[in-house]
Design a protein around this ligand. Structure first.
Ligand SMILES: Cc1ncc(COP(=O)(O)O)c(C=O)c1O
Length: 455
């Protein structure tokens, strides 16, 4: 019998628990300790069962408890536990070919890493090195969008601007990062637009303005999530990404899609690139590639980029991570992708997403505080407002996020809600009745919280 004696105390004394503070953790007696998972549910050490409404952290696409994946990892690690300097294993090669087949356009050659931040770091280095190979040594600046998130490393944290991860302790801002607006159809007037279409146009032109202001000869790449999670799954206006792609091509700037959340079926398409109908020059992926069964990330380069690194030592892509292409991770990814394919989970994400969207829109009509329902597939979100007309957000003192998080938790749903965004991203295996159950719990929770905050 497992014993959880003193584990909470040990955690409080010895463990930094990500995205938590010690006061809250102490009040709760320590972090929730997960004991078991099956399907879309997870149980904690006290036997409480939760529907995992955010797939761990947007990665558990095939759900919990898949023994086939664990067995593949075991089989691989029992034979060869890791690649060697300049030597690789079969699953690592097979996964690179599989990624080339699955991704759109001519995305073709992969550099593996251990997670999302490393994948984005790799994609950025690859962009700059590509320009160098073309003889353009001055192209080093990167344009990202406000309100996006691309990682926690010193380099990637400055891309985008996650509202809940302020970076003021980690100065100075690198001079090579420029920030453009993130088009949000719900708040198009904030960018001076009169329609969604104009919002897409203006946000894309803001990228062009930055390129021109800083001189195209200094710009290496634009990086963005096709659908941005930190803002609750904002789907940009349809004209936005095609226009950004045209602008990038015009000024010889590479387009990097951060598909770390959006990849592997979450949007009801294999990749966000399929949804927005634009193929980037480089795609960063991680999370759903293994559904969290093993840490793995990847940067997938288009043929044009890959070719630039062909040739002798001088021309090669000079970059490495010790655990690049870990065979445990690549075996897990191959099995994970097989499951996604065999169980048609990408299609499930699409139809369950439609069901969810319909239910959320019905909730919005009944609620005084849901300003917007957004997202697609199984990456959706609600934005809360104090007043639907003015779209004013609740003040922090209302503690709206905490109240909704606790209300959901006591009813058996695990979602961390911020003060104005409720993200919804369950595993792609979720069934129709489970979506209905979730919607009922959400409705009950919001009714209770609404009464409190609108007093
Ligand atoms: C869009 C996006 N990019 C990058 C990252 C960083 O990935 P990791 O935490 O695996 O380094 C995340 C993590 O949440 C993410 O959501």
């Amino acid at each position: 019998m497992e014993s959880f004696d003193n584990l909470n105390e040990q955690a409080l004394n010895h463990l930094f628990v990500g995205m938590s503070n010690t006061n809250d953790l102490s009040m709760e007696g320590g972090p929730t300790i997960l004991k078991e998972g099956k399907g879309i549910y997870v149980w904690d050490q006290e036997g409480n069962k939760y529907l995992d409404g955010i797939s761990g952290m947007y990665f558990r696409n095939i759900g919990y408890g898949r023994e086939q994946v664990a067995k593949e990892i075991y089989k691989q690690l029992s034979k060869v536990s890791m690649n060697m300097y300049s030597a690789v294993t079969e699953s690592t090669i097979r996964l690179s070919k599989k990624l080339s087949d699955l991704t759109p356009g001519n995305l073709t050659k992969t550099f593996f890493s251990s997670g999302g931040s490393e994948a984005n770091e790799t994609s950025l280095k690859m962009s700059q090195a590509f320009h160098n190979r073309q003889g353009n040594k001055g192209k080093y600046k990167v344009i990202s969008r406000k309100g996006s998130y691309h990682g926690g490393t010193f380099g990637t944290m400055w891309l985008g601007s996650h509202p809940f991860l302020p970076r003021d302790e980690y100065q100075p801002v690198p001079l090579n990062v420029l920030h453009a607006p993130n088009p949000n159809p719900y708040r198009y007037e904030e960018i001076g637009a009169n329609s969604e279409e104009e919002c897409g146009e203006k946000a894309a032109r803001a990228i062009e303005d930055l390129i021109l202001f800083h001189n195209p000869d200094s710009i290496s790449a634009v990086i963005g999530e096709p659908v941005a999670q930190p803002l609750g799954g904002v789907v940009p206006p349809l004209n936005y990404w095609p226009l950004v792609k045209d602008i990038c091509e015009k000024y010889d700037v590479l387009l990097i899609f951060d598909e770390i959340i959006t990849g592997f079926g979450r949007l009801g398409e294999w990749f966000g690139a399929d949804l927005v109908n634009v193929t980037p020059d480089i795609m960063s992926v991680a999370k759903g590639m293994t559904s969290g069964y093993f840490p793995l990330g990847a940067s997938i380069a288009s043929l044009k980029i890959a070719k630039a690194f062909d040739g002798d030592k001088e021309n090669s892509f000079k970059h490495m991570f010790t655990y690049s292409g870990h065979p445990g991770g690549t075996s897990a990814a191959l099995k994970n992708i097989e499951i996604l394919e065999n169980e048609k989970l990408v299609f499930n994400a699409k139809i369950r997403g439609e069901q969810l969207k319909k239910g959320l829109n019905e909730l919005k009509n009944k609620s005084k505080i849901i300003g917007d329902v957004r997202g697609v597939g199984l990456l959706q979100g609600l934005e809360f407002v104090k007043d639907k007309k003015s779209k004013e957000s609740f003040p922090l003192e209302a503690k709206l996020g905490k109240k909704i998080t606790e209300g959901l938790k006591k009813r058996g749903v695990w979602i961390k809600v911020s003060d104005y965004i409720l993200p919804i991203a369950p595993p792609l295996i979720i069934s129709s009745s489970e979506i209905s159950d979730f919607l009922l719990i959400l409705e009950e929770t919001l009714k209770e919280v609404e009464k409190e905050v609108l007093l």
